[in-house]
Design a protein around this ligand. Structure first.
Ligand code: TRP
Length: 322
């Protein structure tokens, strides 16, 4: 019998990631996937309905308008896996279009248990759709789904919301390649990509006046307080969104408003911040429509369709595995 207590794998992974990121020489960093605990996932759902954040509505509009065209290009029978489903609201359009042609299995892959539960509830009620959730990181989940399928079944992988843009450009491309490696010829990847637009619009989307995005970003520090026993004073950090013209990306930071020292017991560390020093928490790369096609081609896909929203420049790309 185990008589001592040991941090769960979950907590110690988080502690390791926090220690690595905050002891980086030069720019301090925290990995963005930790933004999505239960509070963070709920705040992100709110970001998606902010007037300044047109991205999710554009993504959903394209799916609603073109679901038929999209499913017409697929090979059947086909099942659906989604990387980072969130609550899965946008996915309804695709699942409904597919369910008119066949019984469909839908495998949401999501690290937030609360978002996954909401997704299973929301989409489990569509006729002829069965939902089987995987609480796993993207590639681990996708490999599990791919392993479980029959040889004649195809897979449609959804990677929506421009989440690919949260990787560095090169890492995003490597990721598309890794997804391709887990798939078979004739399988499909539906990839959402936010396109470049004027700077003011882009900044406001990541720094809304109501402060929801600021709360989302700062919740990462609150989470470190909750889970790792740290003493971050949230009033002494400020949310900041910057446009990096060279890299064509929005960068999200948390700026320390004064010189301060924070202790993080579960990560066995104390960390000090200079006045004005920042922690880099997330990047969101913006694309050009032609750039996505070139990237798809280099990573083993052909593009069967690219649909661009008329109101908010955003592209839905249907990539077929060669
Ligand atoms: N994939 C989303 C994006 O890049 C994630 C996101 C939206 C986000 N707003 C954010 C991440 C604010 C961190 C902070 O648009």
């Amino acid at each position: 019998m185990l008589t001592y207590s040991r941090p769960t794998r979950h907590v110690s992974e988080f502690a390791d990631a926090v220690r690595d990121g905050l002891t980086k020489p030069g720019q301090k960093e925290l990995p963005s996937k930790y933004l999505y605990d239960e509070v963070g996932s709920a705040l992100f759902e709110t970001i998606c309905v902010l007037p300044e954040y047109g991205l999710t509505r554009a993504d959903a509009r394209l799916l609603e308008t073109h679901a038929r065209d999209i499913v017409d290009q697929l090979s059947y029978p086909i099942h659906v896996a989604e990387l980072g489903s969130g609550t899965g609201k946008k996915t309804r359009w695709i699942l409904e279009a597919l369910s008119r042609r066949q019984r469909t299995f839908y495998y949401p892959i999501e690290i937030s248990p609360s978002a996954l539960a909401a997704c299973e509830k929301e989409l489990g009620q569509i006729d002829l759709v069965s939902v089987v959730g995987y609480e796993k990181p993207y590639l681990e989940g996708l490999r599990a789904v791919a392993k479980g399928r029959d040889s004649q079944e195809h897979l449609l992988v959804l990677f929506l919301g421009s989440t690919v843009g949260n990787f560095d450009r090169e890492a995003g491309e490597d990721f598309l390649h890794e997804v391709r490696e887990t798939l078979q010829p004739g399988d499909a990847l539906l990839l959402g990509t936010d396109l470049e637009k004027d700077e003011q619009t882009q900044i406001l989307a990541y720094d809304d006046p109501a402060g929801v995005t600021a709360a989302f970003n700062k919740n990462l520090l609150a989470r470190i307080n909750r889970e790792l026993g740290a003493n971050f004073d949230l009033s002494q950090f400020q949310h900041e969104a910057r446009w990096n013209e060279m890299e064509r990306r929005i960068e999200m930071h948390l700026r320390s408003l004064r010189k301060q020292c924070v202790s993080i017991p579960a990560a066995l560390m104390k960390v000090s911040f200079a006045e004005g020093e920042t922690i880099w928490t997330e990047s969101s790369h913006k694309y050009r429509a032609a750039e996505v096609l070139a990237m798809a081609k280099r990573t083993g896909y052909r593009c069967e369709g690219q649909w661009i929203d008329g109101e908010w420049p955003f592209a839905q790309n249907l990539l077929i595995c060669e």
